[in-house]
Design a protein around this ligand. Sequence first.
Ligand code: CA2
Length: 161
Amino acid sequence: MCTIFAVATEPVHMRILIINGPNLDLLGTREPHIYGSRTFEDYLEELRASHADCTIAYEQSNVEGEIVALLRKAAQDLDAVVLNAAGYSHTSVAIRDTIAVLGIPVVEVHISNIHGREEFRRHTVTGGVCAGVITGFGLAGYGLAVHYLLQRGASKAERSS
Ligand code: CA2
């Protein structure tokens, strides 16, 4: 006979950092046919409101080294990262190397479907060392990434209790 004991666990409060790379501060102002017409700040407000159970911090940088520094700081202070490294996703060995040794999960997000665009966008240098890659679902991709990280965090907490 197999008896299963229910274990009461504290709800996990995850702290997640979203990092947007070069030019994503222009969201909602240019190329709406590719990236939509909403600013990231507007979307973020909605995302935070629907996830009162976690802390969602946000940073945007146009500088490769700053993104490396943000990732390393997140590994010290936070639980997970959602990263849209924008153009650096296709080129940055430095960001890839950082993610590879970070010790917290990173989910790569692209707003557009990179597989339906120019050839040079179809491969990312960074995706292979991330927990997974979400592409083509618009801003909703960030929410999908947060959802995955919360589920992953909760099941990890359950396993270690
Ligand atoms: O689809 C994505 O999220 C991308 O990461 C966006 C990058 C692009 O280089 C990647 O291939 C795919 C470009 C970000 C530029 O963002 C803009 C936003 C609004 C207007 C102009 C640029």
